[in-house]
Design a protein around this ligand. Structure first.
Ligand code: NAD
Length: 475
């Protein structure tokens, strides 16, 4: 019998009697079951979060920090079990799963040091104006399947730190590691402060519409983000949306192909390309295009695609069948249109596991679906450019605005280009690095609001200004 994982509601691990299967994307075997929650369980979790909010919001920040550090510690102490479980449900290779588990523990610890201090706006003989931040209340957190643990922590930690309580809903595709963490922290956090419930996609709209939830923090696709914004408008819930991206990397002619080929490869292919901030369009200057595209393709041939639990695997499967079919469709479309492949393209959906060969395209047109749409798979279109103005315009020609990168021997030039990109994050000569202290968020249709840093923490609070009139102000 497969392991059954329980939900965390009001400090108790519980189930509903109805179960959802969770599949390993490398083997297509059912590896666990999780409770199928509906409105009844959601109401219980919200009531527990509402009750806990009364005391949690007044709990000194030092104590809130201690609880966050206990979560971070529990994740680190159990990292071995957690990363293996994460690979089995998500697909990413063990090394990358370890990175996510330790990264989540580290992010939790680092962010627990943040604080939103009171700000004295005016203090003179007429008035004292003090600006403080107060927690919004009960938060609904909804997360995707590509970084289930990191995303869960990214919702839970700032909610707790700000004095909010939370109901978190993992993706139905990847709930197991999060529920294992729920079990580990159940006695480390006061009852009702953190609740983790699982269900199908229809549980999401129930959370968005719930009359006693004050804020939604969501990471996922732009299409779902729009539905959430619409749902949250009924009672003006506060929202933070971290959505899709179609990030461009720009490689200037002074970049050294030997130095950047491998890094560029991983900027697209880490986690099988299923990263919101993965490089999804690579623009290479025509002077180095041939040499660099060949170096990337040569490196790709040294990387093994396979089960993330096998030693030596560099790229795992696509996480779920729906996404697998979508990536295959984009590759088929590229083949039908006669675009040239440097590697990959030879897909075989008849085998076991949602594996896609590493696919690199040679200078497809800008309006190719595989360039214009977010692929979210192990696909890398390489495109030639000849002038800076042209490549900046092409990079910005997207409804998305999440992140981007510039690769160059001249970092100052890189910054000059970065300042012209319409995205929330730009890296020079690296990729995917996020600081716990810097705001991360999307421009345009990549998001609304920000996570991380004080800016991210503020999103869980309202401003409140208290004004004290002094005696010498005439009535
Ligand atoms: P998704 O939007 O399909 O699902 C995300 C979550 O929303 C899941 O928990 C799902 O059950 C829930 N959901 C589905 N329909 C809902 C609805 N109508 N109302 C409320 N909740 C609903 O996204 P996904 O396929 O799981 O994830 C991939 C997407 O996430 C990609 O577009 C990727 O770029 C994006 N993403 C963004 C970031 C970021 O920080 N910007 C990070 C990771 C992933």
């Amino acid at each position: 019998m497969v392991t059954q994982y329980k939900n965390l509601i009001d400090g108790q691990m519980m189930n509903t009697g109805e179960w959802l299967d969770v599949v390993n994307p490398a083997t297509e075997e059912v590896i666990g079951q999780v409770p199928k929650c509906g409105k009844g369980e959601l109401d219980k979790a919200v009531a527990a979060a509402r009750a806990a909010f009364k005391t949690w919001k007044k709990t000194p920040i030092e104590q809130r920090r201690e609880a966050i550090m206990a979560i971070s510690g529990a994740i680190k102490e159990n990292a071995d079990e957690l990363y293996r479980l994460l690979t089995s449900e998500q697909g990413k290779p063990h090394e990358q799963a370890k990175g996510e588990i330790f990264g989540a523990a580290g992010m939790a610890a680092a962010q627990s040091s943040l604080e939103l201090e009171d700000e004295i706006i005016q203090d003179d003989d007429t008035r004292l104006h003090r600006h403080r931040r107060v927690p919004v209340g009960v938060v609904g957190g909804i997360v995707p399947w590509n970084f289930p643990v990191m995303m869960a922590i990214q919702k839970i930690v700032p909610a707790m730190l700000s004095g909010c309580t939370i109901i978190l809903k993992p993706s139905p595709f990847t709930p197991l590691t999060t529920l294992k963490i729920a079990e580990l922290i159940a006695d480390k956090v006061p009852a009702g402060v953190v609740n983790i419930i699982t269900g199908e996609d229809d549980l999401g709209p129930m959370i968005t519409a719930h009359e006693d939830i004050d804020k939604i923090t969501f990471t996922g696709s732009t299409a779902t983000g729009k539905k959430i914004m619409e749902g949250a408008s009924a009672d003006l819930k506060r929202i933070t949306l971290e959505l899709g991206g179609n990030d461009a990397s720009i490689v200037l002619p002074d970049a050294d192909p030997k130095k950047v080929a491998e890094q560029l490869f991983w900027s697209s292919f880490s986690n099988a390309g299923q990263i919101c901030v993965a490089a999804k369009r690579i623009y290479i200057h025509e002077d180095i295009y041939d040499e660099l595209s060949q170096a990337i393709a040569d490196y790709a041939k040294t990387v093994t695609v396979g089960d993330g639990a096998q030693q030596g695997t560099g790229v795992g499967p696509i996480q779920n069948k729906k996404q697998y079919d979508r990536v295959l469709e984009l590759i088929e479309d590229a083949k039908d249109n006669g675009y040239k492949f440097l590697t990959g393209g030879d897909t075989d959906p008849s085998g076991t596991g949602y594996f896609v060969p590493l696919t690199i395209l040679d200078n497809p047109p800008e309006d190719a679906r595989i360039v214009a749409e977010e692929q979210f798979g192990p696909v890398m279109p390489l495109m030639k450019f000849s002038s800076e103005d042209e490549v900046i315009a092409r990079a910005n020609n997207s409804e998305y605005g999440l992140a981007g990168a510039v690769w160059t021997a001249n970092p100052e030039k890189g910054v000059e280009i970065a300042e012209q990109l319409e995205t929330g994050t730009v890296w020079i000569n690296e990729y995917l690095h996020l600081s716990p202290f810097a705001p991360f968020g999307g421009h345009k249709q990549s998001g609304f609001g920000a996570e991380y840093g004080k800016e991210g923490l503020k999103e869980f609070t309202y401003p409140q200004v208290i004004t004290v009139k002094k005696d010498n102000v005439p009535a």
